[in-house]
Design a protein around this ligand. Structure first.
Ligand code: RIB
Ligand code: CA
Length: 388
């Protein structure tokens, strides 16, 4: 099955980096480019983090630089959540050999949209400034972008103010323009990402795979877990869940609602107004994720979020294992994801990864794995995690 072309627009901080790792490892998508935007940290760092991630993994992905300031007059919001340079206390080798494109992020988005002839999808996991600029410079893009999957907003609550989520809060004007564009889109907001925390067991599980991508993901996750222990935000996979939504849409229960963005008000600027009861009478324009769900597995029937993220990262690690010849892979005439599955610990992992592989590549295994069923994800520690 042909891979779906994606651009990931990101303010590469810790959860962005894990989302990038997961996306690079998916069998269903081809990441054409990473475009950086100001958000978690200054764009000088988000662009450098993207470049160094691509260099470290040896990924064939273009890296373009984007907006340094939002349309909305916001300032002074960098905090310690992602460390001073975005990847916590993880330092990657400087990939000086990976050039930034000469094109800016909006120009690159336009070029690749033209090349992909309407197949391009965007995974937007930071403030939407680049996307708004691209749509403003090239209005015809609305017809050439197949779908936008974005991490942002919330039907209920916020993490920057009681009513606004960070990505939308930083640049509510950009978000308003993009959400009103008419491009088909899915909103993966705090309503589901606050249920997506990983813990020390997950970090050790991921680290146990032992290759570059796994150890890097584990190192970032380790920082996030220590951050939480020190009273900071939990190890929430906000952006990775948006990536999972794109490759495993049945992981989420989504409803079509009319959504708009409030750009005024001390406490409301950046609020995503999600019209769940149709009070505005306006036509739904966004598919909003309201619950986490996932495919049924033979066992166990009730999974916590780890399982899904293990799948997402598991597929990443399958891909990276296959790309890392130095790894001692079981001999197999055709090294495929299946041939290295037995290296996972225990049948449970094996079946989990098979079902993710099955979900992502749409193979015929689903009839052997039983019909998808509703699964309730429970926060690891039964609490509402610490948020910004
Ligand atoms: O509110 C969570 C979002 O803000 C995530 O995308 C995180 O990376 C930060 O950008
Ligand atoms: Ca982000």
């Amino acid at each position: 099955m042909e891979k779906r072309p994606f651009i990931i627009d990101c303010d590469t901080g810790t959860d962005d980096a894990i989302a990038i790792l997961a996306a690079l490892g998916s069998d269903a998508i081809r990441v054409r480019a990473l475009t950086s935007v100001n958000g978690n940290v200054n764009e000088n760092f988000t662009s450098r983090n993207n470049r160094d991630l691509v260099g470290y993994l040896g990924a064939d992905v273009e890296v373009a630089r984007g907006a340094k300031i939002p349309f909305y007059p916001r300032a002074g919001y960098y905090d310690a959540t992602h460390g001073s340079e975005g990847l916590g206390d993880v330092t990657l080798p400087a990939a000086e050999n990976v050039p930034f494109t000469k094109e800016t992020a909006p120009e690159l988005i336009r070029r690749i949209a033209e090349e992909e002839e309407g197949r391009l999808e965007l995974l937007v996991v930071g403030p939407m400034t680049n996307i708004a600029i691209a749509l403003s410079m090239y209005p015809e893009l609305k017809e050439k972008i197949r779908h936008i999957w974005f991490m942002g907003g919330a039907a209920l609550g916020g993490n920057m103010t009681p009513t606004a989520e960070f990505n939308i809060w930083v640049d509510p004007v950009a978000a308003k323009l993009v959400i009103a564009s008419g491009i088909p889109m899915t909103m993966v907001g705090l309503d589901v990402t606050l249920k997506a925390a990983l813990n020390r067991e997950d970090e050790q599980e991921i680290r146990s795979f032992g290759n570059k991508g796994a150890v890097l993901a584990a190192d970032i996750l380790d920082y996030m877990i220590r951050r939480y222990a020190d009273g900071g935000e939990d190890a929430l996979m906000h952006d990775a869940l948006a990536a999972a939504a794109a490759v495993c849409p049945q992981c989420l229960v989504c409803h079509d609602y009319f959504v708009d963005v409030e750009c005024q008000g001390e406490y409301t600027a950046g609020h995503t107004m999600v019209d769940r009861r149709g009070r505005t009478g306006k036509k739904p324009n966004v598919s909003v994720a309201m619950e986490l769900d996932a495919m049924a597995l033979p066992q166990p029937k009730v999974l916590n979020f780890t399982s899904v993220m293990t799948w997402v990262l598991g597929s990443t690690l399958i891909y990276i294992r296959m790309m890392s010849p130095h790894l001692a892979l079981p001999t197999s005439p055709m090294p495929s994801a299946f041939s290295i599955l037995p290296t996972f610990r225990g049948f449970w992992k094996w079946s989990m990864t098979l079902s993710l592989y099955n979900a992502i590549v749409g193979s015929s295994l689903s009839n052997q794995m039983g019909p998808p069923a509703r699964l309730q994800f429970v926060p690891h520690r039964g609490h509402l995690p610490q948020i910004r």
